[in-house]
Design a protein around this ligand. Structure first.
Ligand code: HDE
Length: 750
């Protein structure tokens, strides 16, 4: 997919970000009213329907800040919003100033409670297109061939507050709202296929343990503290999820590069009433990639918005993120197991080698939200928002969620009418009898909001399955079942699946896991908590346990039982394949002495390849000289940090005698500066090298790489006279995400 240029390039005008050909708003304060700005190109988002079925777009009056003149909430035009009404210029402010009171009062109430979990999120609009491949197992209309359904996806971290950093080690939420013609379907999943607990009644426990300590409220958005490790070592059903958190899955490179999982087993129903058990998977077209731990920590400081910026920038640049939705299918037997795995246990996966993920549709995210609060903050997901053809199972974790999500919105969004908020409005006609309540905005008509009635002619009527009604699968209940607080014996195995995950990882991925456990447990104050966690690790793998124990300076315990005999599942590893480079960020370090014509050609090729090339220079504005057209600068040595780039190139100076060399006062081979290379550039390059990123250079740029400690000849260092050759080889390296063979052990780049 080719990206449009990142900025408007012109030799003689200012370079203001925006799409080519798009009118750019003036930056000075306007002195005369203007018409509302036209909607941005390709930013219209899906059509939003009001509960009465009328497009919300039809009534521009309801859209705030769209007219020429400032008004009060009552529509009164205001002559001045900069001064309070006073008795004389230096006199007291008058209580009768309604505008002052309205403005301040509204401001006082601008905040709503943040989500108790998943408070920090970023979202995007898009479209889902069904392949029609699921029609044998489900009658869900939106999965039909070439049916297009608007979607809104919110990604999130779990533990942190709304203002916390994006790149913390945590599970990520992946919640998708499908606005289907049959009603809204919400797939409220995570980027990890298992959960910490098997029963919803434990949710407050795991979340209280993971949240900051209740006395000092530290640490923020971290699991590296005593209460978390205390709980997970005592409640060993959390072991599987915790191991995934400690793997690279806990620090994704981008929301665009994460898998998503529905976790619970769902029950699909086809036209004939036949049922199939399934697990939902989202597979990113860009592959599954992660940050290095050091990168995640640096980004937490230099760019706490790293993931939300990455998502928004990619969409803005036209590198639309894509995921295939897939299902693993299992026969709906009375046992609800598959190859011995209890499908009602949300701490277990079914290896993809045993039940392949079958693609059923493609999701493309195409537009950023235009109002964070109205869309990303007010969106309300619910795992019980289902459509005909998709039903639930008796997973005890799912049962609790079906209660929780409705309950939480009532306090978070201030009452029971949150479904009427624009972002939550279904695209199907609504004909409910849910009257009144806080923030009711629908104008229900009719005199008989009850059923049955005769006064409204019996309307609205109930719809059986034949009329598109949602009818639950009439599953037989076990009449022998006793009322108990207990879990089945199959829920007791807490070690075999974590062991399978561990065995499925490559050596580098395992080293990352060891480093993560060592870091997190080293942050605990209580030695007993560290020791108890080592006992949990001993039952997963002795090597894992002994390495972490060595890092903590503690003895490694023996396993409490013989280790589980399991085969690895290669699909669980993130490494070993190649992926498209769309949306990958390429930094090109250059200065006034660089061959600007070559630089411009290289940027063009990178854009054609779908990458986002950013020129990094000693100063902002543009680079000019040597007779070539000026090149716009996107980052400076002062504001660039290596985490932002997937690969870095150093632009050399033209060779002496070369036409482009001109009358420069540079010494060949000294690269970016005749006084020596800027230390910030050396830091950029050495960090990128340590994080196993591809590096390239042409001309004298190779000397700059050497000065940074990464000379030609080392793995993943490409130096050539021809910039095009350098780019081509670096692009190949980028396809595998990192240069994994750069270091003999991962310890250097974890
Ligand atoms: Fe959630 N979860 N959860 N959860 N969850 C919420 O709902 C809850 C669970 C997930 O971007 C809350 O609207 C309970 C599993 C995501 O708006 C709350 C249990 C999975 C999001 C809630 C779970 C998730 C939430 C907080 C155990 C993966 C963010 C705000 C029974 C399958 C959605 C809200 C968004 C949000 C409760 C377990 C995913 C409190 C009680 C398992 C992605 O209702």
């Amino acid at each position: 997919m080719a990206l449009p240029p990142h900025e408007t390039e012109s030799a003689d005008g200012p370079h203001i970000p925006g799409r080519p050909g798009q009118e750019v708003p003036q930056l000075e304060e306007p002195t005369t009213p203007r018409e509302p700005l036209p909607p941005k190109q390709d930013q219209s988002g899906p059509e939003v329907y009001s509960p009465t079925g009328a497009p919300a777009d039809a009534d521009p009056e309801v859209r705030a800040q769209s007219g020429a003149y400032l008004t009060t909430a009552q529509g009164l035009r205001l002559p001045d919003t900069d001064h309070s009404l006073k008795a004389g210029e230096r006199g007291p402010v008058l209580l009768q100033d309604h505008h002052l009171r309205e403005k301040i009062t509204h401001f006082d109430h601008e905040r709503i409670p943040e989500r108790v979990v998943h408070a920090r999120g970023a979202a995007a609009h898009g479209v889902f297109r069904g392949y029609g491949t699921a029609s044998a197992v489900t009658k869900a209309a939106f999965l039909g061939k070439d049916i297009e359904t608007p979607v809104f996806v919110r990604f999130s971290t779990v533990l942190g507050s709304r203002g916390s950093a994006d790149t913390v080690r945590d599970t990520r939420g992946f919640a998708t709202k499908f606005s289907t013609t049959q009603g809204t379907f919400d797939l409220v999943g995570n980027n990890i296929p298992v959960f910490f607990i098997q029963d919803a009644v434990k949710f407050p426990d795991i979340i209280h343990a993971g949240k900051p300590h209740p006395d000092r409220e530290i640490p923020q958005a971290q699991s590296a503290h005593d209460t978390f490790w205390d709980f997970v070592s005592l409640h060993t059903e959390a072991t599987h999820h915790t191991l995934w958190n400690m793997s690279d899955r806990g620090i994704p490179r981008s929301y665009r590069m994460m898998e998503g999982f529905g976790i619970h087993t769902f029950r699909l129903v086809n036209e004939q009433g036949g049922t199939t058990l399934v697990k939902f998977h989202w597979k990113p077209r860009a592959g599954v990639h992660s940050l290095m731990w050091e990168e995640a920590q640096i980004a937490g400081g230099v760019d706490p918005d790293f993931h939300r910026r990455d998502l928004a920038d990619a969409i803005e640049a036209g590198a639309y993120p894509e995921w295939e939705l897939g299902i693993q299918t299992f026969p709906d037997t009375p046992e609800q197991t598959f190859e011995g795995i209890d499908l009602l246990d949300p701490t277990k996966i079914v290896p993809e080698e045993w039940a392949p993920v079958q693609p059923v549709g493609l999701m493309t995210l195409t537009a950023n939200p235009s109002n964070y609060f109205a869309e990303t903050e007010q969106v309300a997901f619910h795992p019980g928002h289902l459509v005909p053809g998709i039903d639930i199972t008796d997973d005890p974790l799912l049962a609790g969620r079906l209660f929780s999500y409705l309950d939480t919105q009532i306090s978070r969004l201030g009452g029971p009418n949150f479904a009427q908020l624009p972002i939550n409005r279904t695209h199907a006609p609504v004909n409910d009898m849910l009257r009144d309540g806080m923030h009711q905005t629908a104008l229900h008509t009719g005199v008989a909001p009850y059923h049955p009635n005769s006064l409204d002619g019996g309307c609205p009527f109930q719809a059986g399955a034949g009329a598109g009604g949602y009818v639950e699968v009439p599953l037989a209940m076990n009449p022998q079942a006793a009322k108990v607080r207990a879990a089945p014996a199959s829920f007791d195995d807490h070690t075999s699946q974590p062991r399978r995950f561990w065995l499925s990882l490559t050596p580098i991925e395992r080293e990352h896991v060891i480093a993560a456990y060592t870091f997190e447990l080293s942050k605990c104050y209580e030695n007993t908590i560290k020791e108890r966690n080592l006992r949990v690790l001993a039952d997963i793998d002795p090597e894992l346990c002994s390495q972490v124990a060595a890092g903590l300076g503690l003895p490694a315990p023996e396993p409490s039982a013989p280790l589980a005999q399991v085969d690895p599942s290669p699909a669980l590893s993130q490494l070993g394949a190649s992926w498209p480079v769309d949306g990958r960020v390429l930094g090109i370090i250059a200065d006034e002495n660089s061959d600007l014509a070559a630089l411009a050609r290289l940027r063009g090729t990178a854009l054609e390849n779908g990458m986002v090339p950013l020129v990094v220079a000693p100063h902002g504005g543009e680079l000019a000289g040597g007779g070539a057209a000026p090149v716009v600068v996107q980052r400076t040595f002062a504001n660039a940090r290596s985490v932002e780039f997937d690969a870095l190139l150093v632009s050399g100076v033209p060779a002496e005698g070369d036409d482009a060399y001109g009358a420069r006062d540079v010494k060949a081979g000294q690269g970016l500066s005749s006084e020596g290379t800027d230390p910030r550039v050396l830091l950029l390059l050495s960090e990128a090298y340590r994080h196993s990123k591809a590096l390239g250079a042409w001309g004298g740029g190779g000397d700059v790489l050497s000065a940074a400690g990464c000379p030609e000849g080392l793995p993943g260092i490409v130096v050539d006279d021809d910039p095009g050759t350098v780019l081509a080889r670096v692009t190949d390296l980028l396809a595998t995400h990192r240069v994994w063979d750069r270091f003999p052990t991962a310890a250097f780049h974890s």
